[in-house]
Design a protein around this ligand. Sequence first.
Ligand code: SF4
Ligand code: SF4
Length: 407
Amino acid sequence: MLHRVQPSQTNASTKESIRREAQALGFGGVGFARADESPHAGRLRAWLEAGRHGTMHWIARDPGRRSDPRAVLSGARTVISVTVPYYRGDWPSEPNGAVAERSPHAPSRGRIARYAWGRDYHKRIRRRLRLLAKAIASVCPEARWLAYVDTGPVLDRSWAERAGVGWIGKNTNVIVQGKGSWFFLGELLTDLELDPDPPARNHCGTCARCIAACPTGAILGPYELDARRCISYLTIEHRGAIPLELRPSIGTRIFGCDDCQEVCPWNRFAVPTSDPDFAERPDQQTPELIPLLRLDEESFRTRYRGTAILRAKRSGFVRNVAVALGNLRDRRSVGPLTRTLNRDPDPLVRGHAAWALGRIGGTASRAALQEAATHESSEEVLVEIRSALESCEGAGATHRIEGDPEP
Ligand code: SF4
Ligand code: SF4
């Protein structure tokens, strides 16, 4: 049952009613912040100036607007920050087993970040935020509001911290005290004036586990993330070739990366959610890799309809699959990778298939690369083939998985 906001309520009890309403809608946490310039505005500008956003050009568009909700909703007075838990418990199992124990018949599997195990969260959280806004508007019909989930020009983490929901950890994720960081964030911007909550206090202390655990060194120091090195960015947002020097560290992560959160001691307190909106879909945690090489546009859209994985687009996703297979160095993937090298319509995918063959090495890989070089027309792929042929010499087929976390 929803607890309706009453017109006669005081500011404190209005906030309490909104909290109860939010709880009934499945929000794990709610906080209130004054809508003015974010204290992280300067940091955002410096981060953009250093180019650490990579090719996420939309973040660089109008940073002033992004840093101040009043530029998004004129007359905005309050940011209501909410969290929705998505932790679903342990991974099904270590996808590829320990190196020494790996059965030659076990399929090669990739890893998908926890937040993408189920259906896409954007629509679901936005719908809940709209219901929350309607409940407020039913008694304050003159109140204006805008709902954001991840995609709008809003610094969601900064507002979560300021609204007391959780602090921004050294890994740059929001951590809720006693609950961890496996949360989606959302915001309701409104011109309703509500007393701000005290900002969250930082409890990272002397810990630096996330910095040490990052496979690519993307966390340059406390609170300093270079997205261009981050596996989440490289496997989801980045549209082109993955830098050669970072490919080995990607291990078998084919969509996102959780390492800096997995090691965070605060996530020991995470409690699995039973929210059906975020239940994992079959085969969406550690899918078998080789069949994914054959995904065409249509089968990719069909398989991942309604999930966040569509964000990577087919070419980016299959590119990631090729990288993971190269890192697994499983000789059974030489044939499927050769087919991808010869037949995939996208040069980006063909180029990464060539890289994977070079990393696996051996006679069959070398022959496939030499043969492809005779008919490949894309200069971009030819460069990859030449480089793969060079590395073929040094590669040996083992099941070593660089960059993967210990089982
Ligand atoms: S998501 Fe992975 S690659 Fe990115 S900062 Fe965290 S540990 Fe590093
Ligand atoms: S791992 Fe340690 S330093 Fe990193 S976010 Fe968690 S508590 Fe903070």
